[in-house]
Design a protein around this ligand. Structure first.
Ligand SMILES: [Zn+2]
Length: 110
């Protein structure tokens, strides 16, 4: 009878230990997930801030045909034979510049 009680006690101990272990790992997981979420959130915020700054310091260029001022990455570009670049607000302005200056078109727009 004592042996049986010993075995039952052993299983009861295993059972309780198992539950406690599960609870601890569950709590640990929640904690870790929260830390990961915080880290990701701050990384995303930093990236958004950097991106905004990039756009604030965006270089502006002037279209020589119509005089429009526009951000460099939105402009149509014409690279001349001497390597200098011209920027235009539209494909039409770029074409007009080519015609007005009797340039041969060689480069595709950006
Ligand atoms: Zn233009």
């Amino acid at each position: 009878m004592e042996i049986l009680a010993g075995i039952l006690n052993f299983f009861l101990f295993l059972f309780i230990f198992n539950i406690m272990f599960s609870l601890v790992s569950f709590a640990l997981n929640i904690y870790r997930n929260r830390e990961t979420a915080k880290k990701l959130e701050s990384e995303i915020k930093a990236k958004v801030a950097a991106n905004n700054q990039e756009h604030e310091v965006q270089e502006m260029v002037i279209d020589e045909v119509c005089g429009a001022e526009l951000p460099k990455d939105k402009a149509y570009i014409l690279t001349q034979e001497n390597g200098t670049k011209k920027y235009f607000c539209s494909w039409e302005c770029r074409q007009r510049y080519i015609q007005d200056n009797l340039l041969q078109e060689k480069m595709l727009p950006q």
